[in-house]
Design a protein around this ligand. Structure first.
Ligand code: IPE
Ligand code: IPE
Ligand code: MG
Length: 244
């Protein structure tokens, strides 16, 4: 196998612990080849496996993928239906690969709003991979960061009301413990494909000090080399986190 020139440029001692990706541009990619949007989503599933494999190989610890936002429920029913069935099929077909490669599946988002067969597929793969430790693959599904923050606030308010928590105990790290990402470190690197430069309600609290990387490549075309480019860019950044 020919080793990628870009892969050789990556400093293996400076791999981000957590990479988050807004996988965007499936629809536009499909339209360019006169195909329907679902064709683009289908192709996008291949890019998912490329970044999962590359992340596991490089030693990225956490990979969070934005697959469906709370706002995406506003899309035409036919697209939503197609996407949900694609997600279910994808989980079933890749479950064995995740298991064998020591990858653990997690989700964030309101899983209870998803069609039952998809909920079942998610539960099955989570259960099957629950002892895996090499890479934590976190899929954001029916996820919205504002809803997550509001929910955390309600949970904390209830704890105070019940007398389990004192107002004085509420600080940034306690708040983070009530977010769905409580078990994961904050992303070091946030990638968005397809040329859009916005965060679209993704991990608003958690990306306060993430490095942002935008590329014009649409998600179905996003290759391992494109991922390596993002990692190389990340490794050139000077992260001061407010200090000097
Ligand atoms: C991202 O691609 C996938 C999802 C949001 C599910 P889009 O479907 O947003 O594709 P564009 O942005 O319309 O090209
Ligand atoms: C963000 O992409 C959501 C996902 C990638 C799942 P969208 O295409 O839905 O976001 P906007 O409409 O460009 O903000
Ligand atoms: Mg989009």
């Amino acid at each position: 196998m020919i080793m990628s020139k870009l892969l050789e440029q990556i400093d293996k001692d400076k791999i981000p612990v957590h990479v988050a990706i807004i996988m965007d541009g499936n629809g536009r990619w499909a339209k360019k080849q006169q195909k329907d949007r679902l064709f683009g989503h289908n192709r996008g599933a291949q890019s998912v496996m490329h970044v999962v494999e590359a992340s596991a190989d490089l030693g990225v610890g956490y990979l969070t993928l934005y697959a469906f936002s709370t706002e995406n429920w506003g899309r035409p029913q036919s697209e939503i239906k197609g996407l949900m069935s694609l997600l279910g099929k994808f989980l079933k077909s890749e479950a064995q690969k995740l298991y064998k490669n020591n990858i653990r599946l997690h989700t964030i988002g309101d899983i209870g709003t998803l069609p039952l067969p998809l909920q079942k597929a998610i539960q099955d793969v989570k259960k099957k991979t629950e002892c895996n430790t090499r890479l934590h693959l976190i899929i954001a599904l029916s996820y919205g960061s504002r809803a997550e923050i509001v929910q955390a606030t309600k949970l904390i308010a209830n704890e105070v009301k019940q007398g389990h928590l004192d107002m004085a105990q509420i600080d940034e790290s306690l708040f983070a413990q009530y977010l769905e990402t409580a078990d994961f470190p904050d992303p070091d690197l946030l990638i968005r494909t397809s040329g859009e430069q916005r965060v679209s309600n993704f991990l608003l609290y958690q990306i306060s000090y993430s490095e942002l990387y935008f590329t014009n490549i649409e998600w179905p075309d996003f290759s391992k080399d494109d991922y390596y480019r993002a990692l190389i860019s990340f490794q050139t950044r000077k992260r001061t986190c407010g200090k000097i």
